[in-house]
Design a protein around this ligand. Structure first.
Ligand code: ATP
Ligand code: MG
Length: 723
């Protein structure tokens, strides 16, 4: 057999991992050292050389995108489709198990997945129902509590209040929330994992079946598994299964979601005889980029310590741009992207990364103005948009009347005269009778509601019945289209002024196309509509530009994990934003932020830009910030500062005679200030103007503040009182 395609282009250590005997193996290695490549080649090796059937492998990756890519690569190595190979995210795979074994899990066959917005809405409703004051009990904290318990594998009944009233309340809320979900057949993301774990744990036959089936378990990004994922993996592996896990302790960035890097150590205890392989050569980045990443991560104290090297060229310096504000930053990035694209490079080879989702808005605006197509991963996803979720809620109700979160979402959207009071009556009834909102509605229309309210509720219920009847037997996309038409959403959004309403209508149309293009996995045992709805909830679109369109990639640093791009921008490197304000005071938090920065830097193959802004308006608030401390941790010899390209006037010193006595106005006079002039600033106090540069919107001054030191400020934003 010719094993060349699988083994060529692997170094010695990689080859050793790929061809390792059937025993537990841990590959621990830095960014870009070929971990994912090793995993992919291992799968191909097992199938092609060891002769294993594709169905005896289970491969877990971190995102749906990564899973799709991995499948593609394995298939191209094998030269045949591997349709029976189970490959996906932990959530995706857990979902698949629950669908197959819904009977044993206690879920209804057409259970629905709810995302974190839906979850929050349910929790709010629940809290309101029992009269909890939401200034004292913050719904998001309750949500966090519930998910954190689930991630640890704990049900409410497992928890002890330790005599603490607050905790007792949280546990009660967890319990009631779960009852609400169970009643409606609703499954949140954390529940997918927990239920799938319980399914295997409590059903010896099912467990034995999958243990026999999955002889090899391959896991990428192992450092970011949480307790329940790890427990799931252990169960499936049993005593016979062969786990093959790859990870990097320096890239553990989901501690806040329950991930535990300690599993790397635990693994070696739980699977005695584990071999450990280290990969040390980086194949992704230039030497400069790699040196910067290594220097940064050295500042972390809790590390396993790795020695990552490359024989790639030094490459370009890392370019740092200090922007005046977030718009200047976005313009700069877009300018560089335009050059990149005009030089004939694919736009999809460029990625703009940011710490916080909200940063994307200004970037998107600048890209849109420049006519550069882009795609946002994470955040503003297609299936998460309000109007799309409205339409999906109608669809869900047609197949599943007891879905309370959908019921609440659209019962009065578009408005049909069902007010807060009517809803409250239905909720009270639902609570008292432990039934769904739909059942409550059926009950109170005859007894409890006023004539008008009852008519409105009946109209809504008949609409859902009509949708169900008329779409029965239709093709999926016709079905979606028909429900959208009947829902009245299009007319509703048409009334919304301007582009916004139009975009919403376009998105509804796009949903019909999404349904048309949707191909169900024939192995899934559920109706096409349910499969599509699950797909919508799980995949959440992952981007909005068409897949074939060549576009710039926008994403948070978190969602960039595992990916690589020739050109990368890290934006918003300011203290308070990155590292995030929440984590600067906590050493563990700060180290996690630094790992995130390490992830960001190591996404770049050839060219890396880092930008920060002196002032930033985010969430409607202006802030002044120092450059991120992470910037100072990158050796200066690797960095080149970029000055604004259009510099209207050069800086002048008070002592300079450059413009004095000449006929033209001094730069200071042009922007209406005097060097040496005293000024007052709302936050920094009193100071003296030392210097100025730029014109118009870019005009800025350097002020020596008495207590705050020297700062450059944009005149248009700084609100300086000139004295
Ligand atoms: P990350 O930690 O970011 O997930 P990784 O360790 O998974 O990175 P890969 O994505 O597998 O690394 O590999 C990084 C890049 O190096 C890829 O472009 C890959 O194709 C390339 N690469 C890996 N090993 C080799 C090799 N032996 N020869 C040539 N290129 C390689
Ligand atoms: Mg990888």
């Amino acid at each position: 057999m010719d094993v060349t395609p699988i083994l060529e282009s692997l170094n010695e250590a990689q080859r050793q991992a790929v061809t390792a005997p059937a025993e537990p193996l841990l590959v621990i290695a830095g960014a870009g050292s070929g971990k994912t490549r090793v995993l992919t080649h291992r799968a191909a090796w097992l199938i092609d050389v060891q002769g294993l059937a594709p169905e005896s492998l289970l491969a877990v990756t971190f995102t749906n995108k990564a899973a799709a890519e991995m499948r593609g690569r394995i298939e191209s190595l094998l030269g045949t489709p591997a349709s029976h190979l189970w490959i996906g995210t932990f959530h995706g795979l857990a979902h698949r198990l629950l669908r197959r074994h819904w009977r044993e899990t206690g879920l209804p066959q057409n259970f629905q997945i709810i995302d974190s917005d839906d979850q929050l809405r349910l929790i709010k409703r629940l809290m309101k129902g029992i009269g909890l004051d939401d200034s004292q009990w913050i719904p998001r904290e309750v949500q966090y509590f519930i998910n954190a318990q689930k991630d640890e594998g704990l049900r409410a009944k497992h928890l002890d209040d330790d005599g603490d009233n607050n905790r007792r309340q949280m546990i009660t809320l967890y319990q009631s929330y779960q009852e609400l979900c169970d009643r409606g057949g609703l499954v949140d993301f954390a529940e997918l994992l927990l239920r799938a774990h319980e399914l295997l744990r409590d059903n010896a036959n099912i467990l034995a079946h999958y243990q026999r089936r999955f002889q090899h378990l391959l896991v990428d990004e192992f450092q970011d598994t949480n307790a329940i994922q790890y427990a799931w993996l252990r169960l499936l592996a049993g005593t016979e299964g062969v786990p093959f896990v790859v990870g990097d302790d320096d890239q553990s960035i989901y501690r806040w979601r329950g991930a535990r890097v300690e599993h790397i150590f635990q693994f070696q205890k739980d699977f005695p005889g584990t071999s450990v392989i280290k990969l040390e050569q980086n194949y992704r980045s230039t030497a400069t980029i790699l040196k910067a990443a290594n220097a940064l991560i050295e500042n972390n104290s809790s590390r396993m310590g790795k020695n990552l090297w490359t024989d790639d060229e030094e490459g370009e310096p890392i370019r740092v741009y200090s922007a005046y504000n977030e718009r200047d930053e976005a313009d700069f990035i877009v300018g560089r992207l335009r050059d990149w694209s005009e030089q004939g490079n694919p736009r999809a080879d460029a990625a703009v990364l940011y710490r916080s989702n909200a940063q994307s808005r200004v970037l998107e605006e600048a890209l849109m103005n420049a006519g550069l197509p882009y795609r946002v991963y994470g955040g503003l996803r297609f299936f998460e948009r309000a109007e799309v979720k409205d339409a999906l809620a109608y669809l869900r109700l047609t197949s599943h009347r007891d879905d309370d979160s959908s019921f609440e979402r659209v019962v009065n959207k578009p408005t049909r005269g069902i007010g807060a009071r009517t809803l409250e009556i239905m909720r009270t009834h639902a609570r008292a009778n432990a039934c769904s909102m739909w059942q409550a509605a059926s009950a109170v229309i005859n007894d409890g509601l006023s004539g008008r309210a009852a008519t409105a509720v009946v109209a809504f219920m008949s609409l859902i019945e009509r949708m169900t009847r008329e779409t029965d037997g239709m093709e999926l996309h016709d079905r979606v289209d028909h429900v959208v038409q009947l829902s009245g959403l299009i007319d509703h959004f048409r009334k919304e002024k301007g582009e916004r309403g139009e975009t919403r209508i376009e998105n509804l149309e796009e949903l019909v196309s999404a349904a048309r293009g949707y191909a169900r996995d024939p192995a899934e045992e559920m109706s096409e509509l349910d499969a599509f709805l699950a797909h919508a909830a799980l995949e959440a679109g992952e981007g909005q530009a068409d897949a074939w369109e060549d576009c710039v990639q926008l994403m948070t640093m978190h969602s960039a994990k595992g990916l690589e791009y020739p050109l990368v921008f890290l934006s918003g490197l300011e203290d308070g934003l990155f590292p995030h304000q929440r984590s600067v005071a906590d050493p563990h938090g700060l180290e996690e932020e630094r790992r995130l920065c390490y992830v960001g830097i190591t996404r770049a193959k050839r060219t890396l830009y880092i930008t920060h802004a002196e002032q930033r308006r985010l969430h409607g608030m202006d802030s002044f910030a120092q450059p991120s401390r992470f910037l100072a941790e990158i050796p200066t010899e690797l960095v080149e500062e970029v000055r604004p390209r259009v510099q209207v006037s050069r800086p002048v010193r008070p002592s300079s005679r450059s413009s004095r006595g000449s006929g033209s106005m001094s730069p200071a006079a042009e922007i209406g200030v005097r060097l040496g002039q005293r000024v007052r600033h709302g936050k920094f106090g009193d100071g003296v103007i030392l210097n100025c540069e730029g014109q118009g919107a870019h005009a800025r001054v350097e002020v020596n503040f008495e207590t705050a030191g020297t700062k450059w400020l944009v005149l248009g934003y700084a609100n300086l009182d000139l004295m």
